[in-house]
Design a protein around this ligand. Structure first.
Ligand code: COS
Length: 388
């Protein structure tokens, strides 16, 4: 299908991502899924190829392309391995985008340049053990010292993607608890500083090669220069950044769904039962047709969201609606398509001999992280009705 907003430059990065995914990631994906090890070497290579800071201008260590370039490249990586995609997505849309949009010039030089160029790994930390979807209820605290030079940070954050390997973490924590949402502030954390510790890496159902852990702060001293944005702006920063992140997760879901669909088509063309190809049975044809429609509808919602984000860079208008629709639809498509793919493959879909069961396990997280499907529906419905 041709879209005239997709240029030759977009096709080039898409092709580069496709080649890299096929040559460097495909041969190792099953191994890292099995062991749950972090694929540090290929993540570094993604940095060298410019995949870790696609939308960041070259002067800040990125490759200076746009959101369409980002979603096209991410989809290709995720089509081969969603774990690599998770690491790429967090680095690009949560960390780089946050630093680019809200960072000072000094912060950009110090943190964005190494993270966008892939020299350092970035992470984003909002969730806590007792605060997930209700992000405004966090218990961790940052208290400014009397001299006004440092914040003392204490508390525990959970489900922090890439935390076991991150050098830089964008942290959201309470500076004025009585103000609830408006009391949250954002900080740039250097993981090498005293007072920062990581918990054990979580064993997970899917995206097993992407490392996730708790992190704890025990009197971590954060210089005021490392506060991102103004005091009390943290919730809006977190939500703004998640609007960008959700487009990335939608692209991840699309990549997983496409991989499952392609494998299913191939299997339907080859596998025989009752003396004919299973693709000749109407029950299989119906599945394939519905899978294809949902995949292409997801793609359209993703392009719509990417274009809305690109417009927003000029107009400042929010694109929460477009982003939530893309994330909701693509993630539920990924879950449904991978479930059907397992069914089409029968026993082979359930076996670790083929990657189908990995696609199925990897798809589930896209309905959960960066806002569950329920939260996306809430955002969409609130937009429609204007009601809270
Ligand atoms: N961009 C900018 N500002 C936003 C925003 C967005 N996408 N969403 C909300 N805000 C602002 C609102 O405009 C409001 O500002 P004012 O106080 O000036 O009116 C403020 O933030 C509070 O918004 P709201 O009242 O809608 O907050 P709620 O507590 O109802 O929460 C949801 C809104 C549920 C949508 C939000 O908490 C959310 O997205 N939760 C999921 C968090 C998540 O995705 N966690 C996963 C983390 S990554 S693994």
């Amino acid at each position: 299908m041709m879209f005239d907003f997709i240029t030759d430059e977009h096709r080039m990065i898409q092709q580069a991502a496709r080649d890299f995914a096929r040559n460097a990631v495909a041969p190792i994906a099953a191994h890292y899924d099995e062991t749950g090890e972090f694929p540090l070497e290929t993540v570094r290579q993604m940095g060298e190829l410019g995949f870790m800071g696609i939308e960041v201008p070259e002067e800040y260590g990125g490759v200076g392309l746009d959101t369409l370039a980002y979603v096209l490249a991410l989809e290709e990586i995720c089509k081969v391995d969603a774990s690599h995609g998770t690491i790429m997505s967090v680095n690009n849309s949560l960390v780089c985008h946050g630093l680019m949009k809200f960072g000072t010039e000094e912060q950009k030089q110090k943190y964005l340049v190494p993270v966008a160029s892939g020299g350092k790994i970035g992470s984003y930390s909002l969730t806590e053990p007792m605060s997930g979807s209700d992000a405004g209820t966090m218990r961790s605290r940052a208290v400014l010292n009397k001299a006004g030079t440092h914040y003392l940070i204490n508390g525990r954050k959970s489900w922090v993607t890439s935390a076991p390997h991150a050098d830089v973490i964008i942290l959201f924590t309470m500076t004025q608890p009585e103000k609830q949402h408006n009391g949250i502030s954002a900080f740039i954390i250097e993981t090498g500083r005293p007072g920062f510790a990581r918990g054990k890496t979580e064993p997970k159902l899917g995206i097993r090669a992407s490392a996730t852990s708790e992190i704890t702060f025990d009197n971590y001293e954060c210089p005021v220069e490392s506060r991102l944005g103004q005091e009390g702006e943290g919730f809006k920063i977190a939500m703004t950044v998640l609007d960008a992140g959700r487009i990335g997760i939608a692209s991840q879901a699309l990549g997983i769904a496409e991989a499952a669909l392609e494998a299913s088509v191939k299997y339907a063309q080859e596998r025989e039962a009752f003396g004919q190809k299973i693709g000749q049975f109407q029950m299989i044809q119906q599945k394939l047709a519905d899978m294809k429609c949902r995949v292409e509808a997801s793609r359209l919602l993703i392009y719509q969201a990417a274009l809305a984000k690109m417009r927003s860079a000029k107009t400042g208008e929010r694109y929460s609606l477009e982003s939530s629709m893309a994330k909701l639809y693509a993630s539920e498509t990924a879950m449904w398509v991978t479930t059907e793919a397992v069914q089409i493959h029968g026993g082979m879909g359930y076996s670790k001999e083929m990657p189908i069961e990995r696609y199925f396990r990897d798809a589930k997280i896209t309905e959960i992280y960066e806002g569950t499907s329920e939260i996306q529906r809430l955002v969409i419905a609130r937009h429609l009705t204007g009601l809270r």
